[in-house]
Design a protein around this ligand. Structure first.
Ligand SMILES: Cc1cc2nc3c(=O)[nH]c(=O)nc-3n(C[C@H](O)[C@H](O)[C@H](O)COP(=O)(O)O)c2cc1C
Ligand code: SF4
Length: 419
């Protein structure tokens, strides 16, 4: 089994710098400093590494978009991990904070950045303490600060705790929040690489992406690109949750069949059959059991009608009712809509209300069409992708599991007739 990020994850005390160094920690940084920043950038580009935060944008390409010769420029690590079902960044922060620090240093070196921030979700207060202790250790050993390892390269990393808003995981809302403003998305373009934090060029990358930079630079672009499929390279951390026997985070080579990942998580519960799965967190369409052999990579999941998203595989067995599950997700989006734009602010509330009526046996036949109509009025009409995320489970649920809706509606009709 190829393990790059999780290779030493269960080594006791790995969060301590001595243990991290004993397992080869910071060796990649030492070698990288012997190369020019452009060479590191080229390695990351050639590796095919794509962002692990959700959109899957090529990492090296993103770095190369930084506005030329504009300084200061910033690196922001997105540790806001709030997508329902996703808990992989949490495990990295908890058990291997130095891997993230080393990845951030490599990124900063390649991008000529001297100031970095780690934006950590508010609920990760304990992880923030672990990260700050690791930062202290890295400063003491000369991996951070002025003239890192006696080179000309300087880097300071600061931490910032969020206040628990899902929307602050969206990169431009995150930057607003970091600047002390209300966490609402900014209009794009300009993208952060051109005008980001404090109006300066900024790289925003997910925790897992930055951690993956270490094995990419360590083993070289070719070795990394040899893993995975033609366009989905390397390994991916998958958070498996729901009706499996052994939920948790698993590192898989991209292209592994989804069914195999479910088996890694212990398979289905005794006597139960798979009904549905959401491959990439609550923001992506759910798929029926018949598609469970889809290779777990960006292209295959898209061809199957969903997305890899943040890598959260949510498994539902035949005891699940899709309307009920969708209602839970709708409640999340209604709560987390930042309220800046009307289609999302109103739409998420209406979706929740109608789903609630159907689920509680007060639905009407026309409700299905109404859900589709509201979704249509949100689709591509919201200010940021949260609006489209909110309709994904609704539309895919109706398309693939209409019978769950119809069953509840006919029960409602029978109940009304009996009154
Ligand atoms: C509503 C919303 C929430 C998001 N939440 C996160 C998050 O918690 N963590 C994350 O890394 N990216 C999140 N993203 C994606 C970020 O906007 C951004 O694309 C990502 O941090 C870029 O990093 P990457 O290129 O390494 O994936 C979110 C996007 C949206 C629209
Ligand atoms: S789509 Fe939703 S979360 Fe995004 S800006 Fe509009 S109201 Fe805010």
């Amino acid at each position: 089994m190829t393990q790059l990020l999780f290779k030493h994850i269960n080594v006791e005390g790995l969060a301590n710098i001595d243990v991290y160094e004993k397992h080869g920690g910071y060796e990649t940084l030492k070698k990288a400093l012997e190369q020019k920043p452009e060479e590191i950038l080229e390695t990351v580009k050639a590796s095919g590494l794509r962002g692990r935060g959700g959109a899957g944008f090529p990492t090296g390409l993103k770095w190369s978009f930084l506005a030329k010769d504009v300084f200061p420029r910033y690196l922001v690590c997105n540790a806001d991990e709030s997508e329902p079902g996703t808990c992989k960044d949490r495990e990295l922060l908890l058990k291997n904070p130095h891997l993230l620090i080393e990845g951030m240093i490599l990124c900063a070196y390649a991008c000529r950045v001297e100031i970095g921030y780690n934006y950590i979700r508010g609920e990760f207060y304990d992880l923030c303490e672990i990260f700050e202790k690791a930062l202290e250790e890295a400063y003491e050993r000369g991996y951070l600060g002025k003239n890192i390892l006696r080179s000309e390269f300087n880097l300071d990393i600061h931490t910032h705790l969020g206040a628990g808003a899902y929307i602050c995981g969206e990169e431009s809302a995150l930057l607003n929040s970091l600047e002390g403003m209300r966490g609402e998305p900014r209009l794009k373009p300009p993208f952060p690489a051109v005008e980001g934090l404090y109006g300066k060029p900024t790289v925003v990358n997910n925790v897992e992406t930055l951690c993956a930079v270490v094995p990419v630079v360590e083993g070289g672009a070719e070795a990394y690109a040899a893993l995975g499929t033609e366009k989905s390279k390397g390994t991916k951390l998958v958070s498996v949750s729901g009706h499996v026997r052994n939920p948790g985070n698993f590192e898989v080579v991209l292209g592994t069949p989804t069914s195999e990942i479910i088996e890694m998580a212990g398979g289905m519960r005794e006597g139960r059959k798979l009904k549905a799965f959401i491959p990439g967190g609550s923001s992506v369409p759910m798929l029926p059991a018949g598609k469970v052999d889809t290779p777990y990579d960006y292209e295959s999941l898209q061809a199957a009608g969903s997305m890899l998203g943040s890598g959260a595989l949510i498994v539902m067995d035949d005891s699940a009712n899709v309307v009920k599950e969708t209602l839970r997700i709708a409640s999340f989006y209604m709560h987390e809509s930042c309220g800046k734009c009307t289609p999302c602010r109103e739409g998420t509330r209406w979706l929740h209300q109608i789903l609630g009526e159907i689920e509680s046996g007060r639905g009407k036949d026309e409700n299905i069409e109404l859900l589709q109509d509201i979704s249509d009025n949100m689709s591509f009409k919201c200010f940021c992708p949260l609006g489209d995320a909110a309709i994904a489970p609704v539309l895919s649920g109706i398309a693939n599991f209409r019978e769950d809706y119809e069953e509840l509606l006919s029960q409602a009709k029978a109940g009304a007739a009996a009154e």
